[in-house]
Write a protein of this length. Structure first.
Length: 479
């Protein structure tokens, strides 16, 4: 990789104005693996100006032209997927198996679904004498996280380009190498100069300047609820559109007629996958209170079967969390769970046995948790499962909804109609019934403090569009 200390602006790799740099650390070894440039306000101004110039022509391209461009991007991305997966594994700690099977392919999936949405979307229609048209919103600032980096980059860039927008991407500074590779993909695919721009930096610097910028028409942000609030506040004076995919504390309701061993084990693995660093992770497992000990035993056995260690080894199921800061936060919350009276079934504070370096966390299961405990309220973002007891279906629904978040929910039952009925009552944007996975063709987003707006498929495309009514477009019919 040649471009760690450059930015991609106006179709070229350019030297930054800022002289600040930042080390990129491999969380499995704590070794520095790269040094990136960190941008400043001047770098942001350059990128936004390039995007503004390019918008004049790119917004006028045809559906066919944008489809052809996405097809080129898809072809180049496919060819570079092994390199992208390796970078993700190295910089954010995902096991190489997960990076290869899910992390890198998730980006490809969003590119393909955006292409499908572009071709099928109803761009214009008539209502009476008016013509209703959809147009690109303008220059878009895209701010993306480290936990599923390519998933979030492509879920924003692909529909933005499909809509005819131009973009400035600020990826996470913690795991930025995959974004640099993505920019190389865009260049190789022949994306016109200024349509896609990349400026690395942190939130207080580059993120703030992008959110406030008078020539940015929209900010699409994925990250913590705290940071999302700051983005919205910074964007408010210029009345730009802000979409946010934020935190979660998803409930996983195990109804009494479910196959306990199967669904509890699956729930534990979902909670610990990606080292628990997924905003939609099912971290609150709700079980009948009379079967608490049975559920805890199943979850404990499943957790003890999760292989934690070197992400380069094929047998590893959980690598490290992304940083020392994240590791420290998780350790504090695990200790808080013990202090507040939850029963520690397995795992706990400290490094796993046999590991002396890296930011590894023991897969941890707490049982006899109440929904008022800190570990049930706060997003831990680590491989920590809280098992909560409920009295009946209504109580389970009440507990599931007793959270400031509303991103995802999970329901398992031997009766599909019963599961559907519970799913309809959970106040969250995505409900997984009987183990259904994420669907990139369906809308993704949250209620309450989990954000606003939707991503994926046609719903993601719509977020980057303005709706215009051309009144009197059709002449009145003669009497």
């Amino acid at each position: 990789m040649q471009n760690e200390q450059k930015f991609y602006i106006d179709g070229q790799w350019v030297e930054p104005h800022s002289k600040q740099t930042l080390a990129v650390v491999n969380p499995a070894t704590e070794a520095v693996i790269a040094t990136i440039a960190i941008g400043d306000e001047t770098d942001v101004d350059r990128a936004v100006a390039a995007a503004r110039r390019a918008f004049v022509t790119f917004s006028q391209t045809t559906i066919e032209e944008r489809a052809a461009l996405l097809e080129k991007i898809i072809a180049v991305y496919k060819a570079r997927m092994p390199e992208i997966a390796a970078a993700v594994s190295q910089e954010m700690g995902a096991p190489v198996s997960l990076a290869t099977a899910a992390q890198a392919p998730s980006g490809l999936g969003h590119l393909m679904h955006a292409l499908k949405a572009l071709k099928s979307f109803e761009w214009e229609k008539d209502v009476g004498r008016s013509r209703i048209v959809h147009e690109a919103i303008g220059v878009c600032a895209l701010i993306t996280p480290w936990n599923w980096p390519l998933n979030q980059i492509a879920a924003k860039v692909a529909p933005a380009l499909a809509a005819g927008c131009t973009v400035v991407l600020k990826p996470t500074e913690i795991a930025p190498l995959n974004a640099i590779l993505f920019a190389e993909v865009m260049h190789e695919a022949g994306v016109p100069p200024g349509v896609f721009n990349l400026v690395n930096g942190d939130g207080p610097g580059v993120g703030t300047f992008l959110s406030k910028h008078k020539d940015v028409d929209m900010v699409s942000f994925t990250g913590s609820t705290r940071a999302g609030v700051l983005v919205a506040q910074n964007a408010a004076p210029t009345v730009k559109r802000v979409t946010q995919e934020l935190g979660g504390k998803s409930a996983n309701i195990i109804l009494d007629d479910a196959d306990f061993k199967k669904v509890i084990s699956a729930g534990l693995f979902a909670c610990t996958s990606n080292s628990g660093q997924s905003c939609n992770a099912p971290t609150r497992m709700l079980v009948p209170i009379s079967r608490m000990d049975e559920a805890a035993a199943i979850a404990r056995a499943a957790a003890e079967g999760v292989t934690v260690g070197d992400p380069t080894k094929p047998e590893t199921k959980a690598g490290p969390v992304v940083s020392k800061l994240q590791w420290d936060k998780i350790q504090t919350l695990i200790k808080k769970g013990i202090e507040e009276g939850a029963k520690l079934e397995c795992g706990g504070a400290g490094l796993p046995d046999g590991i002396s370096a890296g930011y590894f966390v023991k897969p941890t299961v707490f049982s006899h948790v109440t929904n008022e405990m800190t570990i049930a309220r706060e997003e831990i973002f680590g491989p920590v499962l809280s098992i909560i007891g409920y009295k009946d279906d209504a109580d389970a629904i009440r507990i599931a909804n007793d959270t400031p978040y509303g991103l995802s929910g999970y329901v398992s039952s031997g009766n599909i109609d019963r599961a559907r009925g519970v799913a309809r009552q959970i106040r969250a944007g995505n409900i997984h019934v009987n183990g259904a996975g994420v669907d990139p063709g369906s809308p993704f987003g949250g209620y309450k403090q989990s954000g606003n707006g939707r991503e994926f498929g046609v719903w993601g495309l719509e977020e980057f569009l303005e709706t215009k009514a051309i009144l009197g477009y059709h002449a009145p019919v003669a009497a």
